[in-house]
Structures are given as structure tokens and as C-alpha cells.
Ligand binder design. Structure first.
Ligand code: SF4
Length: 335
């Protein structure tokens, strides 16, 4: 029996490429980030804690081949005929000379049962030279780019120190897709700028770009991040006045996040696959929100919410509304 879900799942997108189950295996390629080393900025995005990206198996001091072998052992036996995508996740995985990128990507592709790559990066780290090389790789192996868009609102991007704009995301997505490279956009729901956050506008603006999939998660306040200090400060003040913290983010309750996600998905273009709805950082790193719910349980709860409220992906999607949302963000370009 085919069970229809109220949104397009990432597995459906992967099924267009692979006739078997594929599992992403996070690997740490030893990259850094231009928003940390001073090239674009220092200190990184206010919410970033890269140690929360590491997989449950294996330290990142291992070679790429060794990390992939460890990852495969972790998933062995869970599915018959399973194959793998090497997922370059930590930091900015196109931020290195082309020769170094080639060595790392091609080492991953030589690992047995690895049938492709997913490369996570910033929109301002995708030169034509790098994209042309990825296009060549994609002709012989699956390669997907995961671009950290995070928000479509430049004021929000500035508030969280992303050090790039939404138009840079649009440009990178457009150039990659023009070369035939599928793109997943990473987006955080809960970032704000003086309360101007709207899931509806984010979905409409993203829908104007030629992305294949989107990976969504709630803003998480993680220990040791800049945003954690702002959160602590706001908690201490316990004021209803707008605080520095409220200018930059909303720490959403579970029910509010479900509402916002419902708005986002019902305004999203219907062919965009949804890779992830929620994130779960290790408990020892997470300050807030602490919903105490595993992603699988969240998914069931959210799907029930959509069905109960007669919502589904693209219900309110309209290409004219996308134009309006985009125009508004272009008019708001100045910080
Ligand atoms: S979130 Fe990404 S771009 Fe921002 S500081 Fe962390 S690694 Fe760099």
C-alpha cells in the first residue's frame, strides 16, 4: 500500500537516482570556514558550533576512507543492498584549493559502496572553477550541493553574522543548477530581525530558486556559541522589552515550531523534496529549546498536524506571491 505524505520526501528524490537504499555518511574533510579565519568574518555565525556536526561513530582524526569504513560498520545490516553517499558536512567543504578538493572528493568516491557525494558549503565559496569540476564529477557519480542559505532575509543574515547575502545564495544556486548539479538549500526557522521573521516569506522566496530539496531545522541554542551568551543575557533580564536576543532569533516552543513549519511547507513549491524537518543536537550541548522529542516522533506528530489541519506542501504556493516576496527582499537590501 502506498501511503501518501502531505509533503514530498527526500527519499522520493533519491529514488529518481538510485534503485536501492542510500545512506548519507558524514565525513570530516578537515576544512575550515572563511567566516572564522577572517577571510569573510571572524568568530563565525552566531549559532554555529561545528562539534555538534560530528557523527556518533568515529573521531575526525581518521582519514576520509577510515571514516567511511567506520560509518558503514555503524549502518551495516540495517538494510539489504544499502549504498552510501559521503557527506562532507563540517565547516565549508569547498573552501580549499581545487587540487585539495579533488584529492578529498575522489578519495571518498573510491571507497567501496560509496555511490556519490553530498557537499555542504556556503554560497560565496562556489567559484565557477569549482562548479565546473563538480559538474564533471556529477557526470560520473551523483553529487549534490548543500548550500547554507539559512535565511532569505539579508537583515537576518547580517544579524547572525553570516557575512553573505541572499542574492549570493540565489546566484550560487542558479549557477550550480545551470550546470546540472542538484542543490539542497539549508534553512533555519527561528532566525529573526526585530520580530520580522516569517516562515511564509522564507518559503516563497526559496521557491523562486531552482533547488531540488530543502533541509529545515529549528534554531537551537548550543553551549559555547555567541547566541548562547545572548540567550543567557535575555534570560537573566527576563524583560518583555525587545532585547538583543529577540532582535536576532525566536526560541520556538514545540507547538509554535509546528505551526511555523506548517506555514513554511504549505507555501513551498510542491516539487521541492523535504530532507529534514527538525534537528537534534546532543543533549550535553543543547541549551534550548529542549522539547525532549526524537526526530522520528516529531515527524509523526507533524504529519498528523498537517492532516488534521488539511495542510499539504504547496497548498498556498503561488508563483505570483513568490515574485512579490522576492521584490520585497530586494527593496530591503540595505542593512
Ligand atoms: S555555520 Fe558554517 S559558515 Fe557559519 S561559521 Fe559555522 S561553518 Fe562557518
Amino acid at each position: 500500500m502506498i501511503v501518501q505524505t502531505p509533503y514530498r520526501k527526500y527519499a522520493d528524490l533519491l529514488a529518481e537516482y538510485f534503485p536501492y537504499k542510500v545512506q548519507k555518511l558524514p565525513v570530516d574533510g578537515g576544512f575550515t570556514c572563511p567566516n572564522r579565519d577572517g577571510t569573510k568574518g571572524r568568530g563565525g555565525c552566531t549559532y554555529c558550533l561545528n562539534s555538534s556536526f560530528h557523527p556518533a561513530y568515529g573521531p575526525s582524526s581518521l582519514s576520509i576512507t577510515e571514516q567511511l569504513e567506520q560509518g558503514k560498520r555503524f549502518f551495516a545490516g540495517q538494510y539489504p543492498n544499502i549504498k552510501y553517499l559521503a557527506y562532507f558536512q563540517s565547516f565549508t567543504n569547498t573552501y580549499a584549493p581545487l587540487a585539495e578538493l579533488k584529492l578529498k572528493y575522489e578519495e571518498a568516491l573510491r571507497a567501496p559502496d560509496v555511490v556519490g557525494l553530498v557537499i555542504s558549503t556556503r554560497p560565496d565559496c562556489l567559484s565557477d572553477e569549482v562548479l565546473n569540476y563538480i559538474q564533471q564529477l556529477h557526470k560520473r557519480s551523483f553529487v549534490m550541493l548543500e548550500i547554507g542559505v539559512e535565511s532569505t532575509d539579508d537583515q537576518i543574515l547580517k544579524a547572525v553574522n553570516r557575512c553573505h547575502t541572499f542574492s549570493e545564495s540565489e546566484d550560487a544556486i542558479g549557477r550550480a543548477v545551470a550546470l546540472g548539479i542538484p542543490v539542497c538549500a539549508h534553512i533555519i526557522l527561528g532566525l529573526s530581525h526585530f520580530g520580522t521573521y516569517t516562515a511564509r516569506e522564507e518559503a516563497l522566496r526559496l521557491s523562486k530558486t531552482p533547488i531540488s530539496s530543502v533541509k529545515i531545522h529549528q534554531l537551537q541554542i548550543l553551549r559555547g556559541t555567541k547566541i548562547a551568551h545572548l540567550y543567557d543575557e535575555a534570560q537573566r533580564k527576563q524583560t518583555s522589552e525587545p532585547t538583543c536576543c529577540q532582535q536576532m532569533f525566536l526560541c520556538l516552543s514545540l507547538s509554535k515550531y509546528i505551526d511555523e513549519l506548517g506555514i513554511f511547507i504549505s507555501h513551498l513549491r510542491p516539487d521541492i523534496a523535504i530532507e529534514r524537518l527538525v534537528s537534534q543536537s546532543p543533549s550535553e550541548l543543547l541549551i534550548a529549546p529542549r522539547w525532549g522529542m526524537k526526530p522520528e516522533a516529531f515527524q509523526l506528530l507533524f504529519e498528523k498536524y498537517l492532516i488534521d489541519n488539511n495542510l499539504f506542501q504547496g497548498k498556498f504556493y503561488d508563483s505570483f506571491l513568490c515574485e512579490v516576496a522576492n521584490k520585497r527582499t530586494n527593496n530591503d537590501k540595505q542593512y
